[in-house]
Design a protein around this ligand. Structure first.
Ligand code: KG4
Ligand code: ZN
Length: 336
């Protein structure tokens, strides 16, 4: 079964064709990041306008890259939640129009479920149940994936998402937006033990995260050094910060996997591209005797192939949408 998938929840206009949830026939991503970078973050109004301009071209390109036309497509999948409302609306409206005109079933897909499903593309043998750490620009969750369409969020961030803390620390160090990958790069030549940051203490919610205290500690360290006119190594700050985030994530995920008896651990979302986090997760999984699944770098960030992968399993579970489908800015995985 071939699904044409559309993703427009943030600043990438993306379309892909995916066969049977696992095989990517095409994957087109038009990034707007160069424009948003000028403002130090994603500007929602600009994102919506660019999606509207790009979506037709991106969809045509996804079909032609797969050497297919609409008559070869069996269903459409679209991200309807969560994300920037105006950005989501472009994809949702386009997909609804296409579904009506081409007479194709429409599958509404949750963006975070899509990030998790990116792993089905990379690992053809991966099947639920498993425990998943979702780390993206807007979300940090520990999720029990009990079936392809059944999710139970057992841990979440109390404040900043992991990616958000990377981006804010990167900005303080003078890196462009979004700064996660620059921290990753700088960390490679820095010392992970140059600075010691404490892990947050969180009452209740034993698998919850908090990154804002760590972010503030790093920002204060850099600003204090600047005010005293003392040089500070960006590489050392990046490496020490990245190590602390990786340790916190690994600690929580390991505790959850141990308590709940999971032997399959999956990582998903834009921040799963981070090399320090990837290697720390391997160490953590080995210590637990668990199998670790990481998405290929191509499928870590926002893309439509992951929406096509999840869309396939949502289709099998009977999920369909009609003209009443609306975009939803905030929607927990627990509630779909
Ligand atoms: O999943 P994603 O593409 O978008 C959301 O759904 O939020 O995640 C984007 C986030 C940004 O915060 C970006 O800085 C971060 O992923 N990111 C990284 C790396 N590559 C992207 N963070 C750390 N290290 C990386 N290599
Ligand atoms: Zn995302």
């Amino acid at each position: 079964m071939k699904i044409l998938a559309i993703e427009s929840s943030c600043d990438e206009t993306a379309a892909a064709v995916v066969e049977d949830g696992r095989k990517v026939l095409s994957n087109i991503v038009a990034s707007q990041i160069d424009e948003h970078r000028l403002y130090g973050g994603v500007v929602p109004e600009i994102a919506s306008r660019r999606h509207a301009e790009n979506i037709c071209g991106v969809v045509s390109e996804a079909l032609s890259a797969a050497d297919l036309d609409f008559s070869d497509i069996d269903a459409l999948a679209v991200t309807y939640a969560p994300g920037l409302i105006g950005a989501l609306l472009v994809g949702v409206s386009y997909a609804k129009g296409l579904s009506l005109s081409a007479n194709l079933p429409l599958i509404p897909v949750h963006h975070i479920a899509g990030h998790i499903a990116a792993n089905y593309i990379t690992h053809r043998d991966l099947k639920p149940p498993f425990l998943c750490l979702v780390i993206s620009g807007g979300h940090s969750h520990i999720v029990e994936v009990t079936d392809y369409t059944k999710f139970h969020v057992i841990g979440r961030t109390r404040d900043d998402a992991a990616g958000e803390s990377f981006d804010k620390v990167a900005r303080t160090l003078g890196f462009p937006y979004p700064g996660g990958k620059y921290i990753d790069e700088a960390a490679k030549s820095g010392s992970r033990t140059a600075f010691r940051f404490t892990h947050p203490k969180i009452s209740g919610g034993e698998y919850d995260f908090s990154f804002s205290g760590l972010k503030t500690a790093v920002i204060n360290l850099v600003h204090n050094a600047e005010q005293r006119g003392e040089p500070i190594s960006k590489e050392d700050v990046a490496a020490s910060f990245q190590k602390t985030v990786a340790d916190i994530l690994a600690e929580k995920l390991s505790a959850a996997a141990k308590d709940l008896g999971y032997r399959k651990i999956v990582v998903a979302g834009g921040v799963s591209a981070n090399s320090g986090i990837r290697s720390k997760m391997k160490v953590a999984a080995d210590a637990l005797g668990a199998e670790l699944y990481l998405p290929e770098l191509t499928y870590c960030g926002d893309n439509a192939a992951m929406i096509g992968a999840q869309g396939y399993y949502d289709f099998l579970a009977g999920k369909r949408a009609g003209p009443e489908l609306n975009a939803v800015a905030t929607l927990s995985l627990d509630d779909i």
